[in-house]
Design a protein around this ligand. Structure first.
Ligand SMILES: NC(=O)c1ccc[n+]([C@@H]2O[C@H](COP(=O)([O-])OP(=O)(O)OC[C@H]3O[C@@H](n4cnc5c(N)ncnc54)[C@H](OP(=O)(O)O)[C@@H]3O)[C@@H](O)[C@H]2O)c1
Length: 279
């Protein structure tokens, strides 16, 4: 039996992960802004569901909740940094406060959670951190620019943070789902701009029909759990046919564009530069 800590468990992936883990007998430290959303699971699973109210953008509270989870549950084997949402709107038209809120939630809170976990995971000899990124952490759709900025930012953080904490037995994995049938494009979506000048040119949240989204949140949560239990976590886990297809195409295009620039890139080295010997 393992112990998990998951943020943003009121709906979507967080809720599906919590349900599946409790059903199979694990213990879950679930954090959320609306604790009543887990009342049904609490009455069914008792003390195996440990719940704390947490807005992840409140850093002192986030640190307190992480400390309490380790103190009260003994160990946390896997932490899932899941809380997040999408801000829809053309960049020019977005509200300043909405931009900061998006970055605070999806980037700063995820970084602060990772930082709060490290001393505890190192102290217990290791552990695992899953970070919800997105298909949107590898590609960009007009109309979601600040959301993409947040997911590309957290990808960059984990690219460096993963190897930093690996010597402590801490493994990390970025999860990259495609469009999925959660509340992401429903009640959780923030519409940050009126689209007065950009109609037609940007992705509108109401243009994405639920049936057109491939991702089944429960199947994806099951895949996250299975991947989290591999001996060696993959650095990235792409979920959904759209994620696989679009990420593959984006990477191929970027590699082809990079290759075209090889000679130009090398031509700008200093005349006396000698590359270090290959390891
Ligand atoms: N669904 C997709 O298409 C998709 C695709 C790729 C990646 N993702 C990522 O998956 C993660 C989970 O989203 P989801 O798709 O499961 O959507 P969801 O059903 O809307 O769930 C999002 C969860 O995050 C919580 N949350 C948002 N801001 C928070 C805050 N400041 N403090 C604490 N909790 C907060 C929400 O809580 P409240 O109920 O209190 O708002 C909710 O529990 C997000 O990081 C999202 O970017 C989603």
């Amino acid at each position: 039996m393992t112990t998990w800590l998951i943020t943003g468990t009121s709906s979507g992936f967080g809720r599906s992960l919590t349900e599946l883990l409790l059903e199979r007998g694990d213990t879950v430290a679930a954090t959320l802004r609306r604790p009543d959303a887990l009342a049904d699971l609490q009455s069914r699973h008792g003390t195996r569901l440990w719940v704390r109210t947490l807005d992840v953008t409140d850093t002192p509270a986030l640190r307190r909740v992480v400390d309490e989870a380790f103190a009260e549950l003994g160990t946390v084997d896997v932490a899932v940094s899941n809380a997040g949402y999408g801000l829809f709107g053309a960049a020019e038209e977005l509200d300043d406060a909405e931009i900061l809120r998006q970055l605070d939630t999806n980037v700063v809170a995820s970084i602060q959670l990772a930082r709060a976990l490290v001393p505890h995971l190192r102290g217990q000899g290791g552990g695992r951190i899953l970070q919800l990124s997105s298909l949107g952490g590898q590609v960009g759709f007009p109309g979601l620019s600040v959301y993409h900025a947040s997911k590309w930012a957290i990808e960059g953080f984990f690219e460096a943070f993963g190897p930093e904490v690996a010597p402590f037995g801490i493994q990390t994995m970025l999860v990259e789902p495609g469009m999925s049938r959660t509340e992401f494009a429903g009640s959780s979506a923030r519409i940050g701009a009126p689209h007065t000048r950009y109609d037609g040119g940007v992705l509108r949240v109401d243009s994405v029909a639920r049936e057109a989204m491939p991702g089944d949140p429960r199947k994806m949560a099951r895949a996250m759990i299975a991947a989290a239990e591999r001996d060696q976590l993959p650095a990235r886990l792409s979920l959904g046919s759209d994620a696989y297809t679009m990420i593959r195409e984006a990477l191929q295009t970027r590699l082809a564009r990079l290759e075209e620039q090889r000679d130009l890139a090398f031509s700008t080295d200093a005349d006396d530069y000698r590359p270090p010997p290959a390891a």
